[in-house]
Design a protein around this ligand. Structure first.
Ligand code: DC
Length: 449
């Protein structure tokens, strides 16, 4: 599989220079997506089409063919003509910012960008690479610098080219483009949650490039580590250790109290409760909508749950930490794929606890099920235990009495679908099956929404 590095950030942060340096150092192909938007703006301006008129720009797309060629540096071709130098004027910069807010323009370029990434080791720079174009990129970096510093750098560059723009004009231009890029409705400029932030305001070009290369090397080395971890031996759990009966009675009472309270606070519905195993030691794999999710799931499970929670949550006050620990939370450090988490998970299952995992990792704001991470499949495959898919659906925007539906799906064991090891192919197969089950549960009545 090719290695993809997503490099996003505002105009003038030095992305293209840095990406070129890092790509040369690592032997990767550099892909400048800004050049693609610039090419569309260039075509429109050349043909006399108004770049602010979405209809005119959309009509122009039918006559545009963009291709990239690597001739030492990246060259951009518009209908066969090399336009690489023609697209670097302030007028085209502003035009590109405008056309990039048109959904059809973004859709037009998305396939081209994805195709290039699928077939090459690349560093791709832009605004939405880590969030939209390559959400699964192995490395995501958000490179920024203060607007003044960026204007300063661009001003010097333009002066060297003999451009008459003043510093104030360049700064105003940068601020305007930042505003356009951040506030557009579609694929706005935003740091991906899992991106590393690099502020180059007080760094030289060389220092910034070094830092970027260090991050890429570190992340890709981690990937190799993770591969080793994927071949963990299978250790089927015995489930012989029953849960402490006194604790269980206490837990059951608590569960009924919580059930009552949640039925008052939410308009909550449960479906498929017959699918919930009566014993413990199962993995519940759910989509992630809110911090309440572990409680929603727990309401119908008879043995206590454990779930992974962000390490940061354990650094709040002592009482809060004690509370979430009592309710089964254990810490994971994000992004540090450590085997210790897998070992703790297996231990919890062995103890007879049910384990809740949110394979998407982060909460979904719009309710759509995102891509899953492999951890869930790894835990289930090592333990060879049952997985219960769960779909949680929120409807409406009420705070009080919001409609919540929790659906438990048919449990499956890894062996049932032929997964008896922890090799990457088996884990992928299991993960995809789990994500498919979760998605089906979530989308069951999407038409009714
Ligand atoms: O990086 P650049 O200055 O060459 O980009 C030109 C414009 O294109 C910029 O204003 C924002 C837009 N752009 C975008 O919307 N999405 C990308 N992935 C890259 C650029």
């Amino acid at each position: 599989m090719s290695i993809n590095v997503a490099l996003d950030g505002p105009s003038g942060a030095g992305k293209s220079t840095i990406a070129k340096m890092a790509a040369a150092g690592l032997g990767f192909v550099y892909v400048d997506t800004g050049a693609m938007y610039r090419t569309i703006a260039y075509y429109c301006i050349k043909e006399g089409a108004d770049v602010s008129d979405a209809q005119a720009v959309k009509a122009a797309l039918a006559n545009i063919d963009i291709s990239l060629k690597n001739e030492g540096t990246q060259q951009v071709f518009l209908n066969g003509e090399n336009v690489s130098d023609l697209i670097r004027t302030p007028e085209i910069s502003m035009g590109a910012s405008k056309v990039s807010a048109i959904p059809e323009v973004r859709a037009f370029l998305l396939d081209l960008q994805k195709d290039i990434a699928a077939n090459n080791d690349i560093i791709m720079d832009g605004r939405d690479i880590g969030t939209v174009v390559l959400p699964d990129a192995q490395v995501k970096i958000f490179l920024t610098a203060s607007a003044e510093e960026r204007a300063n750098r661009r001003f010097k560059e333009l002066q060297e080219k003999g451009d008459p723009s003043t510093y104030e004009e360049v700064l105003a231009d940068i601020n305007q483009r930042d505003y356009n890029d951040i506030h557009r409705d579609i694929a706005p400029l935003r740091q991906a949650e899992d991106a590393v932030l690099v502020d180059s305001s007080s760094l030289t070009l060389e220092q910034t490039a070094e830092e970027i290369m260090r991050i890429i090397n570190e992340k890709t080395a981690k990937k190799k580590e993770r591969k080793v971890r994927e071949l963990m031996p299978v250790r089927p759990i015995s489930k012989s250790r029953r849960y402490n009966p006194v604790k269980l009675v206490f837990y059951t009472i608590l569960r009924y109290i919580v059930m009552g309270l949640y039925h008052i606070y939410y308009d909550i519905h449960f479906e498929g409760t017959e699918n919930v195993p009566k014993d413990g030691g199962n993995v519940f794999a759910s989509n992630h909508r809110s911090y309440q999710d572990p409680v929603f799931i727990a309401i119908h499970t008879r043995t206590p749950l454990s779930y992974m929670a962000k390490e940061e949550l354990f650094k709040q006050n002592v009482l809060f930490t004690a509370l979430i620990k009592f309710f089964g939370a254990f810490p994971v450090s994000r992004g540090k794929g450590d085997t210790a988490v897998i070992d703790t998970s297996i231990e919890k299952l062995e103890m007879g606890r049910n384990l809740v995992i949110f394979p998407e990792g982060t909460r979904s704001k719009d309710g759509k099920v995102g891509a899953g991470k492999t951890g869930v499949a790894l835990v289930a495959a090592v333990a060879q235990t049952r997985i219960v898919p769960v779909g949680i659906v929120f409807e409406g925007s009420l705070k009080f009495r919001r409609r919540v539906t929790v659906r438990y799906g048919t449990p499956l064991t890894p062996a049932e679908i032929g997964v008896t090891g922890t090799d990457p192919r088996s884990l992928k197969k299991l993960k995809l099956k789990i994500m498919e089950d979760i998605t089906n549960l979530v989308e069951k009545d999407v038409n009714k929404l």
